[in-house]
Each structure stands twice: as C-alpha cells, then as structure tokens.
Design a protein around this ligand. Structure first.
Ligand code: CTP
Ligand code: MG
Length: 227
C-alpha cells in the first residue's frame, strides 16, 4: 500500500516553556523534530509531510532533508494551524493522490521506535479503518470533584493513546472534510464520525514530551544521531 506519515510539529510548546517552538528544542545536539524524523525514516517507506509553524518551514525543510538522506523526494513541508486538528488538516492537503494509508504522528513523541509505525501500518493494511497504539494505564485513577474523590476508576477498561495513529485515507479525508468540533486526537474525530477504532500495542518510548520533566526523560534515553 502507498503510505504517508503526517508529522505534526506546529505547536508552540506552552507547557514545556522553552524559548523555541517545542519541535525545535534540542534533546541533545539535535532537535525533537530531528529525532522524531529519524524514527519516521527508519519505518516502512512513506511520503513524509512535516507540519510546522509558518515561520519555521525553512528550518523544518533543512532538518527533514537531513533525516531523509537520499529519500528527499519523499519530503513535503507545510505550515500548520492554530490547533492540532487544523495542523493535521494542513498536512492532509499535501498528501499525494495515490496514498491509501495515512499515519498522523506527534513530533513531540520523538523517541517512538520504527516498530510502532510498522504495527499500525500492518493493522490498517489488514483491513482496519482506524488504528491507534495504546499502553495500559499504570496509575491508580480516581474520579474527582474539585479536591474530593468521588470514586475509584477501574483502569483495566482504560488505555493511554499514543501516536502514530493510522487510517484508511478515504475515511480520514471524509472525517476532516465534515469535522465540526475540535478533538484532541484523530481517533476521537473518527470515532465521532462513527468509525470503529482498533488498538495495537504502543511502546513506552513513544511517550509525549510535554513538560520539562519529559524532556529530561528523553535526554536520558536518547541515542545520538550518527553524523
Ligand atoms: N501541534 C500542531 N499544531 C498545533 C498544536 C499542536 O502541529 N496548533 C502538534 C505539536 O507540535 C505536537 C503535537 O501536535 O507535536 C501534540 O501537541 P502538544 O504535545 O500539545 O504540543 P503543543 O501544543 O506544542 O504543546 P502545549 O499544548 O504545551 O502548548
Ligand atoms: Mg497542545
């Protein structure tokens, strides 16, 4: 199947609080975006659409071509929007006409291993319209009302959603064309449109860099990109 990966990197990173947009913050000598793209280019071959802040299209193009090596012809870079959903929509508009499977991936999940991409692609190729990687919830969870616990929540029926999330292209296009409300991930948008969403195992290393503590964790785990 023909595959595209949309890497959304257009957020500002308010919670990280660095002096650059989150995707352009360094983990080591290389940025979050550059590490994310290493995983993308180690995964099964795909068109790679990078979605960045409008004033970072040039920087992102340089990084994407470094990551792509001799596969620079697979790279597209477009400016994102004010919300993640708007950024995904911008990325979708750059997906080539012959693509059948679209993955949407957070650049902020910079250390996601290539196997997760392969699992998601395989599940969509096998017939699912929508597939997300998930991890079991490890914390003990409570439903609360202000500072009071209302009740315990059974974590065995819950899962933590990661990216890349994969979709049959036509289903994703339709959902985005008809999208009304803003959703926090693409699976939620598809589910609102009535699509059955399946799960595959996620990976601890696909955690999202959100806070300074997450960036420290990434710094402890990262392996250097060879020159
Ligand atoms: N994203 C995007 N466009 C936006 C908002 C988010 O492309 N308008 C991307 C981010 O770059 C990130 C992913 O969506 O890779 C997940 O979003 P999140 O972790 O919330 O990143 P930010 O929105 O940048 O961070 P914050 O919410 O702390 O500002
Ligand atoms: Mg955000």
């Amino acid at each position: 199947p023909r595959v595209a990966v949309i890497v959304v990197a257009a957020g500002s990173g308010t919670r990280l609080g660095a002096d650059a947009p989150k995707a352009f913050v360094g983990i080591d000598a290389h940025t979050i975006l550059r590490h994310a793209l290493r995983g993308v280019f180690a995964a099964p071959q795909a068109q790679v659409v990078v979605v960045t802040p409008a004033d970072r299209v040039g920087d992102a193009t340089t990084e994407a071509h470094e990551a792509a090596g001799d596969r620079g012809d697979l790279v597209s870079v477009v400016a994102g929007g004010a919300t993640r959903q708007a950024s995904v929509a911008a990325g979708l508009s750059a997906v080539w006409p012959d693509v059948e499977i679209v993955l949407v991936h957070d650049a902020a999940r910079a250390l996601t291993p290539p196997e997760v991409f392969a699992r998601v692609i395989d599940a969509v190729a096998a017939g699912s319209d929508a597939v997300i990687p998930v991890l079991p919830v490890v914390d003990t969870l409570k439903r609360i009302d202000a500072d009071t616990v209302v009740e315990p929540v059974d974590r065995s029926v819950l899962a933590a959603a990661q990216t890349p999330q994969g979709f049959r292209r036509a289903v994703l296009d339709d959902a985005y064309r008809d999208a009304a409300a803003d959703h926090t991930d693409d699976a939620a948008l598809l589910q609102a449109a009535g699509t059955v969403v399946r799960t595959v195992p996620g990976d601890e290393r696909a955690f999202k860099i959100t806070t300074p503590a997450d960036l420290d964790r990434a710094r402890g785990l990262v392996s250097p990109i060879p020159p």
